[in-house]
Design a protein around this ligand. Structure first.
Ligand code: V47
Length: 347
């Protein structure tokens, strides 16, 4: 196999039947060609300001309108208090993602970014998934362009990759009917990239989707990336099974997760970074994923509410010293990066 040749749908699917370790070696070769032994991470904090949601995604355990009776909506003051703490801890990025709350104003969603950027201009604001952009557009009668312009004006630096779930329309309809469609998700990211901005793209896998659905998901990403080059990282999110309405027969195996990572590294030849998001894969598997194509482990996170609501052990993040030691002890070089992958420090 020549890892520099573009892989088509059928060949990508066949990679699942390849010898596990041979596949890993191919992905590792590609990873080393791009990043050597460097594993990137950043010092960041996830803030999830409200869990009140107008949408009803079956996989979500975070939304207060489903099984979670504990509704909350932070005030701007609450959020600014958290930002002050995380800035004092040396975080470089705040990753702000909310549910789709119909009870708050547009200024509640957008004005907070301006407040953060005014008080902490050095902090990178990664905020609003395409699903939130679509919700704000529908709820406030604005076009996508108008919402995206307001994001830029208020200081959003980059967009996270959430809300992508699985792009196949049939599966998407089953797991999250009514929220942003696949075409709309891509339209929003295309428009964001056209503004000279970067974003990420996720894939929620390990539930009812097929291998074909995963490859199709990757192909659609590769297609837009050929046009805009705006995606920084691909982030496969392993489905967490607790406290939600999407029941599955068997949880996905570590073997299948690592194969999917490796295939993503090979298929997404135009997306520079593959993130093993330790929150959903566990830290241990994320460390192994470094040998299956992953070159980024996200960050220390500090607090996280969306995935931990569904069973992930990420509610309180990880300690920086432990995190970098684990990367080193697994044979890789921990490199602290900023949100757009400039290197800050080799640990
Ligand atoms: O879009 C919801 C997912 C996402 C579950 O861009 C679940 O750097 C697993 O997008 N099991 C939000 N996943 C998180 C996200 C993200 C995370 C880290 C980094 C970046 C980035 C983006 O969490 C949602 C949804 O796909 N999610 N429920 C669940 N039960």
């Amino acid at each position: 196999m020549n890892i520099n040749n573009r892989i088509n749908f059928d060949d990508a699917l066949k990679l699942y039947d390849m010898d596990f370790f041979e596949l890993g070696e191919f992905a590792d070769k590609k990873r080393q060609e791009l990043h050597g032994k460097k594993t990137y991470f950043n010092i960041n904090r996830h803030i999830n300001p409200t869990n009140v949601c107008a949408d009803v995604c079956k996989f979500c355990a975070y939304s207060a309108t489903r099984k979670n009776p504990n509704q909350y909506t932070m005030t701007h003051e609450d959020i600014m208090k958290i930002v002050a703490e995380v800035d004092a801890h040396g975080a470089k990025e705040v990753h702000i993602v909310s549910a789709h709350n119909p009870n708050v104003t547009l200024d509640w969603y957008l004005g907070i970014f301006k407040k953060i950027k005014t008080a902490y201009p050095h902090l990178h604001v990664k905020a609003l998934t395409a699903a939130e952009v679509d919700f704000l557009s529908r709820h406030h009668g604005l076009s996508y362009d108008e919402v995206l312009d307001l994001m830029v004006e208020n200081g959003v630096d980059s967009m996270p990759g959430g809300g992508a779930e699985i792009f196949d329309e049939k599966v998407r309809d089953y797991i999250c009917k009514g929220k942003v469609t696949s075409d709309q998700w891509f339209e929003i990211h295309r428009k964001w990239h056209e503004r000279g901005k970067k974003s990420n793209v996720t894939m929620l896998f390990g539930h009812i989707e097929s291998r074909e659905n995963r490859i199709d998901h990757m192909m659609r990403i590769r297609e837009l990336q050929d046009i805009t080059g705006g995606f920084n990282a691909f982030i496969p999110l392993v489905y967490q099974t607790e406290n939600n309405y999407l029941k599955i027969e068997k949880p996905i195996t570590a073997n299948e997760i690592l194969k999917t990572m490796a295939i993503a590294r090979l298929v997404l030849d135009n997306v520079p970074n593959l993130k093993a998001y330790w929150v959903t894969s566990t830290v241990n598997l994320a460390l192994v994923a470094q040998e299956f194509g992953a070159n980024d482990l996200d960050g220390t996170i500090e607090k996280e509410s969306i995935n931990s609501a569904a069973g992930a052990k990420s509610a309180n993040g990880v300690n920086l010293e432990d995190f970098t030691a684990l990367i080193k002890n697994s044979g890789f070089t921990p490199v602290e990066r900023d949100s757009v992958y400039n290197e800050i420090k080799v640990w």
